[in-house]
Ligand binder design. Structure first.
Ligand SMILES: [Zn+2]
Length: 420
């Protein structure tokens, strides 16, 4: 059985990767992997936010639609489900994870199935949970203190990959093959802090100023175009920095010859639809536009190549990995490799109100996000500016039916708002 390395780049938008057509060379290594391996032109997140999307990825089922970011609820949900780590452990894999994102930590149950799980949290047990609850209750002081300390010490979510790179290599050297390794890189997650050597488009001043400024923008208060560009410069630098991790990693892992899957959990907003980042406790941006749902996805060194343009949902990750290692999947979702559907579903929730999108290759329908349904022609209007819901009633009807049958099956009408 082949070893498998899963690298999750937090908050990376598909359209900022050079192999997806971005004008800047942000991802030279991933470009090469995409060229030699298999990449997906229309990979869609399994939800907005790390825990939602990654629960879908590791269990083959969407995360439940709940507003509450309570670690207990997520742990209970994980306890009910079978995870990829568990299945691979059962096949004799050594399983390990390096995850400096608190929302994918053991407090959220993400350690299920991993024999080794490093989530970078200094506090142990109950104390951490107490602080965490304070943060989630919107306590600005608790949040500010915790963030500032971690930021200054560059620990927890602010740990740059170079700080734990050697630890990952040591884990690989120590364990029995085959192994399944999950590395989540936070360097592309806000705040975008690329080291000097990798700052190509943004300056030192831009980096600190715009990361600070982002704390003060919200739905109403937008940055001007010039400011937005400078913020994007800083983000692009952090993406280029993350690509360097992969370059070094491929080289160091040559003798192990693993299969690689590189993807992101969701995208990032830069004011396209009036919000920044990807939804946070104090700045909810829970919508289903492309900047948040369209993600990069590459499979490399698995003896498969080319590109797939039919849409796939990240919830197909677990069966895909099983297919690659030659095992039968019992996960409820379809593998990326044998998926025949022309559409995928993605959904989210805000203040108890569910929103659902049906994503086809060229079209997208969204229900519950605005007072009217939305229909976009992504080929002609990739920024989703012109709602064509009245221009294409037949297509809209067809896609509405798909959304409604999903709601009937999985969500329940009570959580849906808006006209339909
Ligand atoms: Zn994330």
């Amino acid at each position: 059985m082949r070893s498998v390395v899963l690298i999750t780049l937090d908050s990376v938008r598909a359209d900022h990767c050079s192999f997806m057509g971005y004008r800047r060379k942000t991802t030279p290594t991933i470009d090469r992997m995409a060229r030699k391996g298999l990449y997906f032109e229309n990979a869609i997140a399994a939800g907005i936010g790390t825990p939602t999307s990654m629960m879908g990825a590791f269990t083959g089922e969407f995360a439940p639609l709940i507003d509450e970011m309570s670690p207990e609820i997520w742990r209970i949900e994980f306890a009910k489900r079978k995870t990829l780590g568990q299945v691979l452990s059962g096949f004799g894999y050594s399983t390990g994870a390096f995850v400096p994102n608190v929302f994918a930590s053991r407090y959220f149950g993400f350690n299920k199935g991993f024999q080794f799980f490093h989530d970078f949290l200094k506090d142990k047990g109950k104390i951490y949970e107490k602080i965490f609850k304070l943060v989630l209750r919107n306590s600005k002081i608790a949040f500010a203190i915790r963030s500032s300390v971690s930021y200054l010490l560059r620990r927890e979510a602010f740990t740059p990959w170079e700080k734990y790179y050697d630890k990952i290599i040591r884990w690989i050297e120590k364990v029995k093959e085959p192994f399944f390794l999950w590395v989540l890189l936070m360097d592309t997650h806000y705040p975008y802090l690329a080291p000097r050597k990798f700052r190509k488009w943004g300056s030192f001043w831009d980096m600190y100023y715009y990361n600070w400024k982002l704390q003060h923008v919200n739905f109403e208060d937008r940055l001007c175009e010039k400011e937005k560009q400078r913020l994007i410069n800083v983000y692009d630098d952090s993406l280029r920095y993350t690509d360097e991790f992969i370059r070094r990693f491929l080289k160091d892992l040559e003798s192990y010859d693993p299969v690689y899957i590189i993807h992101s959990d969701h995208g990032e907003g830069f004011g396209e639809h009036g919000y920044y980042m990807h939804g946070f406790v104090r700045n909810k941006a829970v919508c289903l536009y492309e900047e948040l749902i369209h993600i990069p996805l590459v499979i490399y060194n698995a003896d498969i190549g080319g590109k797939i343009s039919t849409p796939v949902s990240l919830s197909g990750l677990s069966p895909t990995i099983l297919e690659i290692i030659g095992k039968t999947s019992e996960f409820p979702s379809e593998s990326f490799l044998s998926n025949n559907s022309a559409w995928v579903i993605v959904r989210t929730i805000e203040s108890g109100r569910a929103k659902i999108a049906v994503r086809m290759k060229n079209w997208k329908y969204i229900l519950g996000q605005k007072d009217v349904d939305e229909l976009y022609n992504l080929r002609k209007d990739p920024k989703e500016r012109e709602n064509l819901i009245h221009e294409h009633p037949r297509l809209a009807d067809e896609m509405r039916k798909i959304a409604k049958s999903h709601i009937k099956r999985e969500i329940g009408a009570s959580k849906m708002g808006g006209k339909s």
